[in-house]
Design a binder for this molecule. Structure first.
Ligand code: XMP
Length: 509
């Protein structure tokens, strides 16, 4: 089977690179940057991709690959740090810039290069770098540049070495997938025969084998990830699975009732709802640090599942709907820690289960949805907008009180209702209200008010690793704002968040 090796230099987006390669029907594996060259050779790859990464190549301890990799005669594409590393190791020059180049930048490209075949002369690309290539190594020529970066792309066609300073793997780069496809097909001569086998069926039989007659509880939130995970385990072990839905008091308006309705009426599973509002809110009382909130919630979830598991008899396995972005952004294994997703970085050290099973741990949201559809889950559930495990705790900025939660629930309900009324829910991938910790002066009915500011957030995204703020029509925003200020006590101002991810994240905490 033809294969591409992705060498991991701790970039935030390296799983996305793998995703894109697989989307082009080429199998790929991610290996650590220091994989010995003999091991790479054994795999006989058609090409190698160096990922980006946060380090600087000229520092002593920065990650570097085996030099002999450049003697294998295999095409190499270096992305961002990967391009800088290629430059440095092949005796070009890399320097530190005074100013970081960040965001969607117009990159001029030489589309006679095989890498840029079929692209326009100017292409919007996501740049995110401090270091830059000052001098190309021998044998290389320039194939891309911007007003701030004189070498945004380079090639050595004799050796099939290519470097790009921008990130083709993210949606913010126009035609990024074309560039990756060009590398795979035009430069590595891949034929694209790999197809993702039926993931759901494979997981079902693997889990059936692993759990056998054992029992499992599934942490169900009613969102797509945990529902798909539950469906896989349910098909594998039937009634030996019990789904536990914890109402931690941080849910949206009517959410607990809706989830209960779906799982008791539409599914044939053991379902238990636990009212844990008081214990979660007590633990969170007075806590305003986002990471601390996440860790408290992650731990408390596990304690509730352990206690409930014990009541059910001997339970060996806890099933979670963890997906790949939760893993990456929690900074486990690769990448820098952005925030501890409650089910990964937020987990306590000791967990009283034999094992935690996470069938979706390597998948992105859109892949999870595909599996959900394959398994026959209702579309309304599969295409539900995501709701994070820590719930409204990370949407009430600062410390959490019952009163603040109530304000947020009402404002969020109005926003969601208006989005549904205008049918924008089909276009937006995630939309919600945030209760900022900011009070400001207003005037209502000739009276001075001093009340909270609600922020509205809406994004379009396919993978939730990057996202673009949504251009909701002004009249819809106006209606939402008017309704919130009129209908929700203690709110006198509504603002709209117009930042994409990066540089912001989707949730505020
Ligand atoms: P951010 O805020 O990191 O969010 O851009 C990316 C996606 O992940 C969701 N999210 C979480 N989901 N547990 C979850 O189950 C968490 O701790 C968590 N934090 C963020 C977020 O809603 C968005 O869809």
């Amino acid at each position: 089977m033809e294969e591409i090796i992705i060498l991991d230099f701790y970039g935030q987006y390296n799983q996305l690179i793998a995703r894109r390669v697989r989307e082009c029907n080429v199998f790929c594996e991610i290996l650590p940057f220091n994989t010995p060259v003999e091991k790479i050779k054994e795999k006989n790859p058609k090409g190698i991709i160096f990922t980006g990464g946060p380090a600087s190549v000229y520092l002593e301890n920065s990650p570097k690959c085996d030099e002999k990799i450049f003697e294998l005669g295999i095409p190499i594409l270096g992305i961002c740090y990967g391009m800088q590393l290629m430059t440095y190791m092949l005796k070009g020059e890399v320097k530190r810039a005074y100013k970081r180049e960040f965001g969607e930048v117009d990159v001029n490209i030489d589309n006679r290069s095989l890498l840029f075949n079929g692209l326009e002369n100017v292409n919007k690309c996501l740049m995110s770098h401090m270091d830059y290539v000052e001098n190309l190594p021998n044998g290389f020529e320039k194939i891309g540049w911007t007003s701030d970066c004189k070498f945004a792309g380079m090639q050595d066609i004799k050796n099939n070495f290519y470097g790009i300073q921008f990130h083709p793997e993210v949606n913010h780069t126009n035609n990024g997938i074309k560039i990756i496809r060009n590398f795979l097909y035009n430069i590595c001569n891949c034929s694209g025969t790999w197809k993702m086998n039926s993931f759901g069926d494979e997981q079902i039989s693997a889990i059936r084998q692993k759990i056998g007659d054992g029992k499992a509880v599934c942490a169900l939130s009613g969102g797509v990830d945990s529902s798909v995970a539950a469906a896989i385990i349910n098909k594998a072990i039937g009634k030996n699975l019990t789904c536990i839905f914890v109402d931690h008091g941080l849910l949206r308006k009517n959410e607990a009732e809706e989830v209960e309705e779906i799982f008791t009426k539409q599914f044939d599973v053991n379902f238990i709802k636990i009212d844990a509002k008081e214990r979660f809110l007590n633990k969170l009382s007075g806590v305003d640090n986002p990471e601390e909130k996440r860790k408290i919630i992650g731990e408390e979830f596990i304690r509730v599942f352990e206690e409930e598991g014990k009541k059910l008899g001997k339970i060996d396995y806890l099933v979670q709907g963890t997906i790949y972005p939760d893993v990456i952004e929690s900074g486990v294994g690769v990448g820098a820690k952005i925030k501890s997703h409650h089910n990964v970085g937020g987990l306590p050290e000791y967990v009283d289960f034999k094992e935690i099973i996470e069938p979706l741990r390597n998948l992105f949201k859109d892949e999870v949805r595909k599996v959900g559809e394959e398994l026959g889950l209702p579309k309304s559930l599969v295409y539900r907008q995501p709701f994070p495990g820590p719930g409204l705790a990370i949407r009430v900025i600062g410390d959490i009180t019952e009163k603040k939660l109530e304000i947020l629930r009402e404002a969020d309900f109005i926003f969601r209702e208006e989005i549904a009324n205008t049918k924008l829910d089909k276009e937006l991938n995630q939309y919600f209200a945030v209760l900022t910790n900011l009070k400001s002066v207003g005037v209502m009915g000739d009276e001075r008010t001093y009340d909270y500011t609600i922020a509205l957030r809406a994004v379009t995204t396919s993978d939730f690793m990057t996202a673009t703020w949504s251009k909701i029509p002004y009249d819809v925003l106006e209606k939402v704002s008017t309704r919130i200020v009129n209908e929700v006590s203690h709110v006198n101002r509504v603002v709209y968040d117009i930042t994409s991810k990066p540089p912001a994240t989707i949730e505020w905490e």
